[in-house]
Design a protein around this ligand. Structure first.
Ligand code: ZN
Ligand code: ZN
Ligand code: ZN
Length: 387
């Protein structure tokens, strides 16, 4: 547990920048404008504060990039890998400057033709998008994911190492919660404990801690409530956080028996869970290069539908994961994107019977060269616990 945590080396950011610029050039896009968020962390190694003041990496297709930052953030910006290694110029702006106009000025000074499109990061605030539209009249704006989606989707070995550490940390929390007291406690209380344990196990932040007990287990994104957990009911535990910037996300389903041996899973729930367990395993096993994302969804859905639980599987099978919990590629019908080695995503089918109960099993899976590499290692069986 005390092995040194991998870090993304400085040189990697330069490589990512060069690959991004090559793609922009190839597709006739003038520039990429990246605001605060995961795209900025990916390209510049900069975790900036999300503020109304504009911070923006201005990346023209073929000329020198700049990092535009408010004066009071300039010291933090200067310490980031791309600025420190001299690959990017830091442009600090003062409180009374028009930051959007500064970005427009940088684009005007770049040699790219002004009739080419400009891409903005997908999570850029509307106030900045509108501000940029005002100073860049006539420029078509598009989404950065057009270029960055395919780059961020395929993880390098350092990213995979961090995702694996995060997954194992989350696995330990599941085991700790399952071994602890549950009966008589509220979902909220258990959820708070999950968050504390995620941090204690190495995450810098806990992002979510779904504790869905009894009939609440039928709601996939149930918000932990003041419902008191009892014996003879299921709990869907779906937890995750960020470790070294990379996200964990795992779901296990528990059944709480209490001291009454007759309070074990009902035959109805057991049948539902066994079907889910097989569907999830089959979908994971189907992962290999060249298989389309929607084919993985079809494997899980086909199995669940064949067993008569189809109407209860009300969401897609999974989502990509990396610097964000939900990112490309989405494991959903209609996404014909073929899997490539290094793509990392969740496989998380669920079956929900409103008003009664539900179950979900979620693993983070890497598409390896010869097949699936499951980052989570805790048991996927129904965790029957005394609680
Ligand atoms: Zn979810
Ligand atoms: Zn989840
Ligand atoms: Zn998930």
């Amino acid at each position: 547990m005390n092995a040194p945590r991998p870090v993304i080396p400085d040189a990697r950011y330069g490589e990512r920048l060069a690959r991004t610029q090559a793609l922009l050039h190839e597709r006739g896009i003038a520039a990429l404008l990246v605001g605060v968020g995961a795209d900025l962390r990916y390209l510049a190694g900069y975790v900036a504060m999300p503020l109304e003041r504009l911070t923006m990496l201005v990346l023209p297709a073929g000329s020198r990039p700049s990092l535009v930052a408010p004066r009071l953030e300039a010291m933090a910006a200067a310490a980031t890998p791309l600025v420190r290694t001299g690959l990017v110029d830091l442009v600090a702006w003062d409180e009374t400057d028009d930051a959007h106009a500064i970005v427009a000025g940088l684009l005007a000074a770049a040699p790219e033709p002004s009739n080419q499109r400009v891409l903005v990061s997908d999570r850029l605030w509307a106030m900045h998008v509108l501000g940029l539209e005002r100073v860049l009249p006539g420029r078509g704006l598009g989404l950065a994911s057009e270029i960055l989606g395919e780059l961020r989707m395929v993880k390098d070995p350092d990213e995979l190492a961090l995702l694996r550490l995060a997954a194992h940390a989350a696995d330990r929390v599941v085991a700790q919660i399952a071994a602890g007291r549950l009966i008589g406690r509220t979902e909220l209380d258990v959820s708070r404990e999950v968050r504390e344990r995620l941090v204690a196990e190495g995450h810098e932040s806990a992002e979510f801690a779904i504790v869905a007990s009894g009939p609440n287990s039928a709601s996939p994104h149930h918000d932990a409530s003041d419902r008191v957990i009892g014996a003879g009911e299921p709990i869907v535990l779906d937890i995750g956080g960020a470790l070294g910037g990379y996200c964990s996300d795992t779901t296990r389903t528990l059944w709480v028996t209490g001291s009454n041996p007759g309070a074990g899973p009902t035959p109805e729930f057991r049948a539902l869970f066994d079907c889910l367990r097989e569907a999830q395993a089959e979908a994971c096993t189907a992962v290999r290069p060249g298989v389309a994302c929607d084919a993985i969804d079809a494997v899980a859905r086909g199995r669940i539908t064949a067993d008569g639980h189809g109407p209860g599987f009300i969401h897609r099978t999974g989502h990509g994961i990396g610097l964000e919990t939900h990112e490309d590629p989405y494991i959903v019908a209609g996404n014909g994107e073929p899997l490539r080695p290094g793509m990392t995503f969740s496989v998380e089918p669920g079956i929900y019977v409103a008003g009664h109960h539900g179950a979900r099993i979620e693993d983070i899976v890497v598409c390896g060269r010869d097949g699936p590499d499951l980052l989570n290692e805790s048991s996927r069986d129904l965790w029957v616990v005394a609680g």
